[in-house]
Design a protein around this ligand. Sequence first.
Ligand code: GLC
Length: 669
Amino acid sequence: MDQNGGSKEVMKKSVEKKQTAKKKSVPKAAGAEAAVVKETAAEVKSAVAAEEKSTVWTQAEEAVYRKRFGRHFDELRWLYMELYGNDSMFAELCDNMERFYRERDVELRALDADREACADWYKQNDMLGMMFYIDNFAGNMRGVESKLDYLEECNVNYVHLMPFLETPEGRSDGGYAVSDFRKVQEKLGTMEDLESLTAACHRKKINVCMDFVMNHTSEDHDWARRARQGDGEYMSRYFFFDNDRIPAMYERTVPQVFPTTAPGNFTWLPDAGHFVMTSFYPYQWDLNYKNPRVFNEMMYNFLFLANRGIDIIRIDAVPYIWKELNTQCRNLPQVHTIVRMMRMIGEIVCPGILLLGEVVMEPEKVVPYFGTVEKPECHMLYNVTTMATTWHTVASRDVRLLKKQLDIVNSLPKEYVFLNYLRCHDDIGWGLDYGTLMMDGIGERSHKKYLNDYFQGYAGSSNSRGELYNADPLTGDARFCGTTASMCGIEKAGFEQNDAAMEQAIQLDIMLHAYMFMQSGIPVLYSGDEIGQVNDYTYKEDPLKAADSRYIHRGVMNWTLAERISDPATVEAKVFGGLKKLEQIRKSEKVFVSNADTWTIETHEPGVLCMGRYFDGDKLLGLFNFSEFDKTAWISEDGTYIDLFTGNEVKADSVQMPAYGFCYLKKMG
Ligand code: GLC
C-alpha cells in the first residue's frame, strides 16, 4: 500500500464499500417493512432504519465475526476466568459482543474490514491530531461539524473531542466525572449529533477520538446514587468502607493525584455513613473492577460508544483501574489483563478502532501498555517523558537529557506508536530522568523549583508565562500550566509590544513544532496553539474553575484572532503559516512514517539537537537550536542535502544554526 496519504486511502475505500453494503442490505429492510404495518411514512422509515441497524448480518459478515471471535476466544476466556472465574458472566459478555457487532453500522463495519486489511493505517505520515473542548472550540457538536473546513485547512485528520458525556456542572473535573456514559451533555448536543459529527468527519477522512473514563464515575451516576442509598449490589461496584481502618492502610502506600486540590484517596459520605475511594476528586468514585459486573457493563459502554463512529478510544487514567492493599494501586498486573481483554473485545467487535492509553508515568511504566507484539494492548501511548524533557531543554538550553530520552524511545520496537505533543489539557509534570541529571549535580527538588520559576517567568532569561498546579508544600513538588505560545514568550512580547522579542518567541514556537513533528508517531496540537493563542486568565473569575489552574490553557478558541491568518503581518499568520509548511512537508515526505528508522546525532553543541530519519531510501536530518544564540552544529554527514524549507542545496557539515532556528535536510540522490 502507498505509504503516502495511506490512511486517507483506507477511509475512501470504505466509503465506496459502504455504498455497496447499503445496497446489499435493502432486501432485508424491505422485508421488515412488510411485516410491520405502520401508520405514517416517518414511522415506517424509522422502523426500517432500526431494522437495518440491528439485523444486517449477512452470511459473509457472520463468518467474519466468527473468525475474529475464534481467533481470540481461548485467550479472552482464559484471562476472564483468571480474573473473575465466572462462566455465566463470560457468556453474557460474549452475547453482548455479538449484539454490538450486529448493531454496528454497515459503514463502520466496512471501515473495520479495510483497517483490518491495512493494519498500519494509522502509522502514516499524514496523521495530525488536534484536541479541544467542544464548547470552547465551536459551542456544540453541530458547531464542530460546521468547522470541519477549518480543521482540514489545519491539515488535521484526527480530532480528540474532550469529554462530552453527561457530567454534573461544577463537579465535572473538565468532564472526567461521567454521570451517564450513554448521554451527551445537553449544552453540547445529543447522541444523534455525535453520530452526525462522526459521519461528517469520516466523509472528510477525519478520525474521531473520545475519552473513555473507566477508572471512576461521577457521584451522580445511577450506580453511585444507588450505592449511596445503601444498595449492596451497587456498593460492590465501588470501594465502600464503614470505618477508616482499611482506607488508612491504603493511604500508607497510595500516592496522591491532586495533593492540594483533592488530598487523600478516600471521601467520607456522612449521609451513607461510609468512606468511598476517590483517587481523583471526591466526586469521582473509583470503580471496583474486581466485580465482573463492573467490567462487563463498562465494556458495553465502550462498545456502545465505539458504535457511534468513534475511531480512537482514549482510556483515561488507565494505570489506576485495579486496586490492591499494600501497593501503590498503579500499573498492577490486572490492569494489563483488563487492557488486553479490551483490545481483544475491540478486535472482535470493531477492529477499526484504536486504543490510546493515558499513562502519564516514567518510560519503564508506559511501555508495558503496548503489550507484546503477539499480545498487544494499546495501539498508542502518550510520549509524556519526551514532552516534559522538551520543556526542560527549553529552560536549560542543554539538549543532552533530551537526546538521551529520544535514544530510549528510538530503541523501542518500531511497531509502537507514540502520540507526540508539546502540551495537552493537563498540567506538565516534571517527570524527568533525575538519575542522569544528578550526575551533573542537578537535584530533583531544586531543579523542579527552577523549572517552575523559569516557566512562571521568574528565573534565568525566561520569557515564559504560566501558573503552578497542585503545588505540594510537603514535598515541594508542583506541576505547571500554560499554553505553548505563552511558554514560548508570545504572551509577554505581545503585552510589552516588543517586536523583536515577538519574532524570537514565534521562532521558538515554530522550532518546537518542527522538532515535535520530527518524532515518530502522531503529532497532536491543542486547539489554539496553531494560531499562537496565549493563556486565558478568565477562569479565575469562575468559582467553579478558579481552584484548577489547568483552565489557564483550556481557553475558548478565539475565532476573531483566527481570521487574521490571512494577514501575513500578524502573529497568528506567522505561527499558522509556519506550522502549515511543516505539516505539508511532513505529509509529502514518506520518511515521516511512524515505522521509519530514527536516531540522534551528537552535535558537540549543547544547544543544538540533531535527529535522523531513514525510510525506504530516503534520509532526513532535523536540526533544532534550543538556544537564543546562533550556534554551529558540529556534525559531518556524507553527501549533499536539500533544505526542505529553502530548497537550497547544502552540506550537512558544521551547520550554522540561527537562534531558535531549525532545518530539515533531505539527502539527495
Ligand atoms: C486524566 C485526565 C485529567 C483528569 C483525570 C481524572 O488524567 O487527563 O484531566 O483530571 O484523568 O479523570
